[in-house]
Design a protein around this ligand. Structure first.
Ligand SMILES: Nc1ncnc2c1ncn2[C@@H]1O[C@H](COP(=O)(O)OP(=O)(O)OP(=O)(O)O)[C@@H](O)[C@H]1O
Ligand SMILES: C[C@H](O)[C@H](O)[C@@H](O)C(=O)CO
Length: 468
């Protein structure tokens, strides 16, 4: 039996359990389980099926053993901002409501009346997104104050899944930063904001840094699954884990999946007036640093177009169709809120084109070209802002994640930005998760050292402007 670490990486569109181990200085990956993730309506709110996700994790653990991988540790990462609450008996008392649910519509502005917008940014360094945890908590307080009164523990999605495995309550630091309730500099909860919002401070536990074990899996699971291992904290925010896998520090990165997260790693938070104006964020990193980045609407738009066409086309089809329709001229502002959670992505794209007097897409390939071209335009604009805000010019952009398989988009970005585009690894998040576990268990000396291992283990593709 091969000893391995298990990375559980759950994105908005799907999850995977990937086993990893080192052999002759290379990181070897074995995908042991893959499953779908999606939002469904529960009690009137778009929610994640958190119990089903936990079942999938257990299936992944069992399959790992069946496939001859004996886990010595496991870590979970997921998307950010969403949470559940537990009562004092440690029972879950909320659904895992999804950030695209409309409960936060208009709430951000209400919160600014309690905590001034500029103060929020100065202290937390976090960008304004209508779905940040702070606004979700306030929306919950307005709708069901009795639930918040009953709550004894606040757990973000990976914290809750770790709790189900170990019985240990933690608030992992990287994900906690996305609540917009953590002080960027002090890395502690901003108790003044929490108090002003009328939320009990007691539900939050001290943010716990990644790269450390939180405990063994609980006895009943040991028996059920026939395994025994430590649960180790990776960057539980998937973007934090993904960025660990960017092979170089001296580049702009795009973590490309449901969202496109574009930015750079920085030692200190940048919360200047201009960063505030451009709505850049400073999310906590695994390696004591910050990810200075912007959320761009990302491949969510093509995921929704795929759904609207009843999944007749898969992602490589959309890439090919985009090549065939490369001259389709209409560009949409992908960052408009109308694209965040529409009933029908096709009609909102068409509406935008109609309102701006552009050609209206009708065919799948026209939608694909419109989305990918528009994303490239938005990426390029963010590149200019990053260079302005950091005072540094970058030669390359490194794309990681599932979206890096989209060569049409990679080529468009090379053309429009004039920069060298590098792509891969595609499973960057799971790799970053595994590396964190290996650093915690002293198999890898440090996150910096892991860059050599990544370069040695994974194929990186290069795209230059004009297809050179
Ligand atoms: N073969 C492919 N060709 C082109 N694009 C692809 C291909 N496979 C996946 N993609 C793109 O990658 C995206 C999914 O990326 P990924 O699996 O990293 O996301 P995720 O983990 O579900 O989401 P998140 O970003 O929330 O973590 C899809 O939306 C799709 O656009
Ligand atoms: C809301 C998104 O989950 C978040 O901002 C992003 O960083 C992410 O987690 C993408 O998977």
């Amino acid at each position: 039996m091969q000893k391995c670490h298990l990375a559980v990486d759950i994105g908005a569109s799907g999850g995977r359990v990937i086993a990893g181990y080192l052999a002759s200085g290379e990181l070897i990956l074995k995908e042991v389980h893959r499953f779908e993730n999606k939002m469904t309506t529960k009690n009137g709110h778009l929610s994640w099926d958190i119990d089903q996700l936990f079942e999938q994790i257990k299936t992944g653990i069992k399959k790992s053993v069946e496939k001859n991988c004996q886990p010595v540790s496991l870590g979970i990462d997921t998307w950010a901002v969403d949470f559940v609450l537990l009562n004092k008996e440690k029972e879950r008392i909320t659904e895992a409501v999804a950030y695209r649910d409309h409960r936060t519509d208009g709430v951000m502005e209400e919160v600014f009346n309690i905590v001034p917008k500029k103060e929020l940014y100065k202290e937390t360094g976090i960008q304004f997104q209508p779905f940040n945890t702070i606004y979700q908590l306030y929306a919950l307080k307005k709708e069901s104050p009795e639930i918040l009164k009953d709550a004894a523990h606040f757990l973000m999605i990976p914290d809750y899944l770790h709790y189900l495995l170990t019985d240990k309550i933690t608030n992992e630091y990287t994900n906690a930063t996305t609540t917009q309730l953590l002080n960027a500099k002090g890395k502690t909860w901003n108790t003044s904001f929490i108090e002003k919002l009328g939320i009990s401070q007691r539900i939050f536990s001290e943010p716990k840094k990644p790269l450390q074990a939180i405990g063994k899996i609980k006895d009943e699971l040991k028996v059920e699954l026939g395994v025994d291992f430590e649960v180790v904290l990776p960057g539980t925010h998937d973007t934090a884990s993904a960025v660990v896998s960017v092979p170089s520090n001296d580049t702009i990165f795009i973590s490309s999946g449901t969202w496109s997260l574009i930015g750079v790693e920085h030692q200190e938070p940048i919360s200047t007036e201009r960063a505030f104006l451009y709505n850049f964020t400073n999310e906590g990193g695994v390696n004591h640093n910050f990810r200075f980045l912007k959320n761009i609407m990302g491949l969510w738009m093509i995921q929704e177009v795929k759904r609207a066409f009843n999944h007749q086309y898969d992602y490589p089809d959309f890439t090919n169709l985009a090549y065939e329709n490369a001259d389709f001229p209409s560009i949409v502002n992908v960052n408009e809120e109308r694209f965040l959670s529409p009933d029908n992505m096709l009609t909102v794209i068409q509406d935008f084109c109609r309102e701006t007097k552009q050609i209206i897409p009708e065919m799948p390939g026209e939608f694909a070209a419109c989305i990918f071209n528009s994303l490239a335009v938005s990426y390029n604009e963010a590149v200019g802002q990053i260079e302005e805000l950091t005072g540094k010019e970058f030669e390359s952009i490194h794309i990681i994640g599932g979206g890096s398989k989209n060569n049409y988009l990679n080529e468009r970005l090379a053309d429009i930005s004039g920069k060298t585009i590098y792509t891969g690894p595609t499973e960057a998040t799971a790799i970053g998760n595994l590396i964190a576990q290996m650093v915690a268990t002293n198999e890898i000396e440090s996150i910096e050292k892991s860059k050599e291992i990544i370069n040695q283990s994974f194929h990186i593709q290069k795209f230059s402007s004009g297809g050179e």
